[in-house]
Design a protein around this ligand. Sequence first.
Ligand code: NCD
Length: 337
Amino acid sequence: MCVKFRGSHVLSVAQFERGDIEAIFRIADHMEPYAQRRRATRVLEGAILGSMFFEASTRTRISFGSAFNLLGGEVRESVGMDSLSLVKGESLRDTARVLSGFSDVICMRHPVAGSVAEFASASRVPVLNGGDGSNEHPSQALLDLYTIEKELAGRGRNIDGLRIAMIGDLRYGRTVHSLARLLSLFEGIQVVLVSPPELSMPAPLVEELRAAGQRVVESDNLEASITHVDIVYSTRIQEERFPDRRQADLYRGRLRLNQAIYTQYCEPNTVIMHPLPRDSRAEANELDIDLDQNPNLAIFRQTDNGLLVRMALFALVLDVVPLVDKYACEVRWYTPG
Ligand code: NCD
């Protein structure tokens, strides 16, 4: 298992088989005491993560960095385009060649689809895709699926047979693209794709799901689509991907979920997910804050799980999984009460 991940880039969820997902998730479970500061490890002491975010990010960037720190490594970060030599005309490949000389692993986000793969092709160290345009966001899809697994386990279920509604901007949303691909690896999945017709899931991804034997229904009616699902996965209108941002205004706020709609239409215990950030502006508000008291709102459990999944990915690509406990050390800064 570790041999396959060792030294590999993580660019698309298409590179995974079902057994790989299982391996990542069980290692993520193992990371929990480290993420919760009940244990500490120095397994990546001396290692450097190059964190390159050419596009806005809060949680993905900090989550990758914190995951690396929690394994004992250090993070060197570059945020935005302006401070980089790319503005002087340097190619992504040259940047990759240089930065991979300073780093042991790189995580990267870029607004152009395919750019992280291009960067990786010239990198001498593993590159983890933190989101490339509207293409893919593999670590987010892994943490989403890990969350789904955990939430369903509490109900005595597993991922096979999952019923999920994906809602919002399915055209430009990279998290739903990667999640749809991952779901193709499982059995008997029912997917309801809920979006305005102009923002529907790209046809090749719908085909991939159907070719894998999954049942897919497309709709633009929120209420009718959330009645018989285990998971409601809401997404933000990706205004930054629209050729003209004013076009995004046409779709903002069309598919809103709030507590009243949830109570009226969802089965009890339907889990509510969102990759975040949710757009909390009054005119958008795809997930109302009145859901914050709903125990089935899993959005902050998703972000906690992201840390575990990213720790697992680093441990796998740097091939230190068996050494994490060996280099465990005393926790000095925090004593659990
Ligand atoms: C998502 C992204 O960047 O694709 N955010 C994230 O990484 N959790 C979703 C979004 O920005 O809407």
